[in-house]
Structure formats: structure tokens, C-alpha cells
Design a protein around this ligand. Sequence first.
Ligand code: GDP
Length: 139
Amino acid sequence: MAGNITFTMIKPKAVENGHIGNILAKVIEGGFKIKAMKYLRLTKEQAMEFYAVHKERPFYDELTDFMSSGPIVAAILEKENAVEDYRKLIGATNPAEAAEGTIRKLYATDIQANAVHGSDSDENAQIESNFFFSKLERF
Ligand code: GDP
């Protein structure tokens, strides 16, 4: 059964480019409720831990440098079928391949600075949400 939460981050470049408001508007228009949210900057070590599943990939060092380069917005989003529906709303990993109207098509710069993160499974949505938020920070 599909879960009802997903985890997202607005990545440093999209924050720097002033897209927080527009991205959150798309999220809310897309029918997602914000269950938790914070504005913070990851350390390199925290970014490495978050992206540990990618540690064998050639872009791991560059990606974790980027994700710790400036503040991000982290959030837990709630909706029926959240993981799949959010992946549809954000579009393909590579913004050049993302469908028109998707968040990555509208606000990403390149494959690394692709505007937002979205969990790829219900299991990862739980793991990633727990990485950032305690029970007291969820509504
Ligand atoms: P996602 O689930 O769509 O975010 O994609 P992945 O799990 O495959 O990759 C995680 C993140 O790594 C992506 O969102 C990008 O920020 C970054 N990434 C993916 N592929 C590449 C790549 O080929 N080069 C670089 N520099 N970064 C990449």
C-alpha cells in the first residue's frame, strides 16, 4: 500500500536563485500538506550521511559539496500516494528531460542543481524524514 508522506528539500541553488516561494506554491497547489519544515544548512558530513546510498557514484563528492554549500528548505509532505505523486510533480532527475510545468523543468539549473529532492520510496521517505525531524516537529 502506498504511504502518505514524502520528504523533500529545496536545494541550495534554487534557494540562492530566490525560488523558495514559487516552489512551495507548486507543492501546495499540487495538493500536498506541509507536515514539517525547516530552513538550515547541512555540514559536509551530514550531506555525506544523507546521500550515503550514492557513495559509490562518481558524483558523490561533488553532490555532497553542493548540498552543503548553502541553506536548504527541508520538509515532510503529506498526500495520498505522496512519493509517486511528488516524483511526478518534480519531474525527471535531469531537468533537460523533465516534463513541462514540473518543478525541475521550471526551477532547476542542471542535473546536480536540480532544484528539489523527492524521496524515491515509502521506506526512504520515512528514513529521510527521521533524519531531519523529531516527532515534536511534525504537525
Ligand atoms: P533523484 O532521485 O531524481 O534525486 O535522482 P538520484 O537519486 O539518481 O540522484 C540523487 C541526486 O544526485 C540528484 O537529485 C542530483 O542532484 C544528483 N545527480 C544525479 N545524477 C547526477 C550526475 O550525473 N551528476 C551530478 N553531478 N549529479 C547527479
